[in-house]
Write a protein that binds this ligand. Structure first.
Ligand code: F6R
Length: 249
């Protein structure tokens, strides 16, 4: 496990952008695992600017998003497909027919199984980008999700509904269910980069990195992955005792 702590959120975000660009430079046919959420917005901004300013091409790549809400239509502005289109896909040359998200058809269980099979067929994912919930979730794998789960239908925890309510007019509009890659799916990626910024992530980061490997903190499953990097700003890293060991100025 590698831990990198940057003085600011902007520096941490830029470090993640550089890792993704390095992956695509090293293998232009990379399969990227993508995440949504507030933390990732600057990462997509950085990738778009690399595409526009230096001609970085994603034309040979494919992408798999971690998750998608159920009970919203795919073109609802709050769907993760809409997020990805407006914040990334519309601005780069990643072929649209290879930008995969779980589909929200009439049979979610079947959609989840199809998505898992597709990841196995097109993958493995070369670089999986992750954020982390304040409760330690990765994707929508909430606390107590077994580490052996593959892509599945899940209920959002009350804490996640609360956290995501900021994007909706009323809290009761936040979907209660989602399809998410499972923890085993996430661990099948060749490499994982988890980005966390802000003090509200500090205790989840502490549990993920230093706590026991336990289903109470889904992100602690990453302790078992052979190539995982936690990229943090100083606030997200502030609960770690030996911060200076990982500091990057
Ligand atoms: C998003 C996802 C979630 C978020 C997490 C953090 O696709 O899978 O696990 O990464 O909830 O969200 P933000 O960045 O909004 O704090």
């Amino acid at each position: 496990m590698k831990i990198e702590i940057y003085p600011t959120a902007a520096a941490a975000e830029q470090a993640v952008v550089s890792k993704i660009l390095a992956q695509v430079a090293q293998n232009p046919q990379s399969v990227l695992g993508l995440a949504t959420g507030g933390t990732m917005e600057a990462v997509y901004g950085g990738l778009i600017s690399a595409h526009e300013r230096t001609g970085t091409s994603f034309a040979g790549c494919a992408s798999f998003n971690l998750d998608e809400y159920l009970d919203l239509s795919a073109n609802d502005p709050n769907s993760y497909r809409s997020y990805m289109e407006s914040k990334f896909f519309d601005h780069v040359d990643l072929p649209r027919d290879r930008c995969y998200l779980p589909d929200v058809g009439p049979d979610p269980e079947a959609s989840a199984a199809r998505y898992e099979n597709l990841i196995r067929e097109v993958g493995p994912v070369d670089l999986q980008l992750l954020g982390i919930g304040g409760n330690g979730h990765i994707g929508f794998n909430e606390p107590l999700t077994p580490f052996s789960t593959t892509t599945h239908v899940t209920d959002l925890s009350p804490k996640t509904i609360e956290a995501n309510a900021r994007y909706f007019v009323h809290k009761n509009e936040v979907p209660r269910r989602a399809i998410t890659m499972g923890i085993a799916t996430i661990l099948s990626a060749r490499s994982v980069v988890l980005l966390a910024t802000g003090r509200q992530k500090a205790s989840a980061i502490l549990a993920a990195i230093k706590g026991p490997k336990t289903e109470r903190c889904p992100a602690s499953a990453l302790q078992g992955h052979e190539s995982v990097t936690f990229v943090l700003d100083s606030l997200a890293g502030s609960a770690l005792e030996d911060v200076s060991l990982y500091a990057i100025s």
